[in-house]
Design a protein around this ligand. Structure first.
Ligand SMILES: [Fe+2]
Length: 255
């Protein structure tokens, strides 16, 4: 063996133990600690001329989630999800205990045991995402189709396509809610328009119909009574009331 070959083999063996990044599959995840067990999606040979076999399970791996100050966006990682593992250049045992710099106390470098997981890798066996909203910020449930998105123009919208429902706020502030057969529209500087086959005001047990103001007022102001008297005998009709009935609301209109 030449020196060149020797050095090459030495370097090759050293690189074998330096792990950088690998896709992996989730076996277990705890949403309260954001830690779980994963298995890398790469098989390796433990000895020369053997069949490649799965790598061992890596236990208690910290998962990365978007988190800042008091806020966190926790994604419900499930068994079978594919994640990206990155391998810490120093042992994680002590350096992730309290958010303060610590002596790692172990000599491991880029070891399999010191993986951190980033959820969100799409493997090619999965269904593609829908083509729409490619330019929007989208939160999508791929099984139900329920989605929340912010479009490029600033429109914010929540949709449940199977129910035909949506909530929407446009850049102008116009706000629409729809759940068939109901719609509610809030017009900036204008009216709120409620369309529905039945509108219950006050409670969901409301049963009394609201009178139609103009119709009622016309009847009140114009109605007469028949009357009769007996002393000298006779009958007639009263004149309409001498004072007007109250005006109907100009704010609340019903049909
Ligand atoms: Fe009357």
């Amino acid at each position: 063996m030449t020196l060149h070959e020797f050095v090459k083999r030495m370097i090759g063996q050293a690189i074998e133990d330096i792990h950088t990044a690998l896709p992996a599959k989730v076996e277990k995840f705890d949403p309260t600690t954001l830690r779980g067990d994963v298995v890398p999606l790469v098989k390796w040979r433990t000895a020369k001329d053997t069949e490649p076999e799965p790598m061992p399970l890596i236990l208690d791996v910290p998962f990365w989630m978007p988190k800042a100050g008091p806020f966190i966006l926790r994604m419900p990682v499930k068994k079978g999800d594919v994640v990206l593992l990155v391998f810490s250049e120093r042992a994680l045992d002590f350096i992730l205990v309290d958010g303060q710099p610590q002596d790692p106390q172990f000599n491991r470098r880029h070891a399999l045991d010191d993986a951190m997981a980033l959820p969100g890798l799409l493997h090619q066996g999965e269904d593609n995402l829908p083509g729409e909203h490619g330019a929007d910020v989208l939160l999508l449930h791929r099984e139900t189709g329920v989605k929340i998105f912010m479009a490029q123009d600033g429109t914010v919208r929540v949709e449940n396509p199977k129910a035909g429902s949506h909530w929407e706020m446009k850049p102008s502030g116009e706000t629409n809610f729809k759940t068939p057969p109901h719609t509610v529209k809030l017009i900036p500087g204008g009216a709120v328009v409620v369309e529905s086959p039945e509108i219950l005001l006050g409670s969901d047990g409301a049963e009394e119909g609201v009178p139609l103001g103009i119709t009622l007022k016309e009847w009140l102001d114009g109605h007469t009574h028949e009357y009769s008297w007996t002393s000298s005998g006779g009958s007639g009709t009263t004149s309409p009331p001498t004072s007007e009935s109250p005006k109907p609301s100009e704010k609340v209109m019903v049909e």
